[in-house]
Design a protein around this ligand. Structure first.
Ligand code: FPP
Length: 249
């Protein structure tokens, strides 16, 4: 098992970090007169395909919004079904993650998850921790506001304990306290299903991300759709608030 990064996006237009709000599973199922869970099952297959494709084209970080803190308020049957799917994801993709040198991470309140699932996830995180080709972060029981508040609490403790001085708090120091730590911010944020909302996802990290909305429902968002989003990203001009030289000459 090689831990060396065998492919990089240097020299290609592939974004370093892609984050995705996977939306539209329920509508996909309803359009087929299927129970909602069948939409999530199909969404699970789409997620596997996108993970494989991201690795192939040299994306370094892929973050998938799989379950929000707000999703706990869905009917218990749906929550349980989603937990079962997550369990299958961990079991069925283990071989894929190992073969493709994918490192698994979880961002969110992992303590909220059922303990058996948490243990499996922890084991897989450990098993894949040396992989460097692609970092797959699953956002589970995730809330962007809670992430920021948790970071502020930890930071305040460090200030109180004298480990950090208030005047040292800048963007670089602060990001270290977020779940995403030193990971680069997403270059590209994708949301499927035609909704144009951020839904409490990576609120700090997406300040300068390019946003790509598509009407495609998540279960239909397969390899080709993902490649189209990446191509569109390649055509965008990122300015991070600056002007191009020719614009002020
Ligand atoms: C949003 O669709 C999707 C979710 C709340 C769950 C996302 C989960 C998966 C794609 C399956 C598991 C994937 C992994 C990576 C473990 P929705 O139910 O809100 O759809 P709707 O807006 O059409 O009702």
């Amino acid at each position: 098992m090689s831990t060396r990064k065998t492919r990089s996006n240097e020299g290609s237009s592939a974004p370093t970090h892609v984050a995705i709000i996977m939306d539209g599973n329920g509508r996909w199922a309803r359009a087929r007169n299927l129970p909602r869970i069948e939409g999530h099952r199909a969404g699970f297959e789409a997620a596997r395909e996108v993970v494989r494709t991201a690795g192939e084209i040299g994306v370094d970080f892929l973050t998938l919004y799989a379950f929000s803190v707000e999703n706990w308020k869905r009917p218990i049957q749906e929550v349980n079904a989603l937990m079962e799917l997550l369990n299958s994801f961990v079991e069925e993709t283990e071989a894929d993650l190992v073969a493709n040198e994918v490192r698994l991470k979880v961002i969110g309140r992992i303590a909220d998850l059922p303990s058996a699932l948490r243990e499996k996830i922890d084991a897989l995180i450990l098993r894949t921790s040396q992989h460097r080709k692609l970092t797959l972060s699953l956002a589970l029981s995730y809330s962007g506001r809670i992430e920021i508040l948790t970071a502020v609490q930890r930071l305040a403790c460090d200030v109180l304990n004298g480990r950090l001085r208030a005047e040292e708090i800048d963007e670089t120091a602060f990001r270290h306290y977020l779940y995403t730590g030193e990971d680069p911010d997403p270059d590209l944020l994708i949301r499927t299903s035609g909704e144009m909302r951020l839904s409490n996802f990576l609120l700090w990290q997406i300040s300068y991300s390019e946003i790509y909305f598509t009407d495609v429902l998540w279960p239909d968002f397969r390899r080709e759709a993902f490649l189209r989003a990446v191509e569109e990203y390649g055509r965008r001009q990122r300015r991070f608030g600056r002007l191009e030289r020719e614009e002020f000459e």
